[in-house]
Design a protein around this ligand. Structure first.
Ligand code: AMP
Length: 197
């Protein structure tokens, strides 16, 4: 099963893709997590991405395409993967199509988590509070200023992918304002109805 979760920052892509990964045993591939690990390790990719991410901008396409290309070639992706945060631009979506075609694979579904803009700031603030309360380190981009930039990047660069995947007959939209378990239930129904590869 090769799946994409799409939605603005704070829509619940990470939470839902982790749940699907636990149930299905196929890996969640979060480019955000991979980039944060690269920043932490101060690798060349991390050094390039650090400030862009803190500001809420998008890391250059060629960087994230390279990361995903390497990652989906790993043995644990042989049965499929759940993409969380990739693709985020049309060039990334085209690169993914080419990568999958070259491996004889295809996408099974693209699930959009639709959430009201007004709820996103509250969700991001809540995530920051909960991280602090559990003794964790708050993400550099989980603040009001970076969220504005992240939302603008979403609407300018990522929202066009909804049309792209709709045109490919792959888009399914889920109400991301529903309680977490209701969203999970709806995603399970969609996946059960998919002809998985
Ligand atoms: P996320 O954890 O998905 O919210 O991603 C955090 C940040 O990582 C984003 O705001 C971007 O700066 C960067 N990032 C993650 N995935 C991508 C991507 N596919 N393309 C460009 N930048 C990305």
């Amino acid at each position: 099963m090769n799946l994409i979760l799409l939605g603005p920052p704070g829509a619940g892509k990470g939470t839902q893709s982790q749940l699907i990964a636990e149930k299905s045993g196929i890996p969640q591939l979060s480019t955000g997590d991979m980039l944060r690990a690269a920043v932490h390790a101060a690798s060349p990719v991390g050094l390039k991405a650090k400030q862009i991410m803190a500001d809420g901008g998008l890391v250059p396409d060629e960087v994230v395409i390279g990361i995903i290309s390497d990652r989906i070639s790993q043995p644990d992706c042989a049965r499929g993967f759940i993409l969380d945060g990739f693709p985020r631009t049309l060039p990334q979506a085209s690169a993914l199509d080419r990568l999958l075609t070259s491996k004889g694979k295809r996408l099974d579904a693209v699930i959009e988590l639709k959430v009201d803009d007004t709820a996103l700031a509250d969700r991001i603030e809540k995530r920051a509070r909960e991280t602090l309360a559990s003794g964790g380190k708050v993400r550099a981009d989980d603040n009001a200023e970076a969220l504005k930039t992240r939302l603008m990047a979403y609407y300018r660069e990522t929202a066009p992918l909804l049309g792209y995947y709709y045109a490919h007959g792959l888009l399914q939209t889920v109400n991301g304002m529903a309680p977490i378990n209701a969203v999970t239930g709806r995603i399970d129904e969609i996946l059960a109805g998919c002809q998985v590869s």
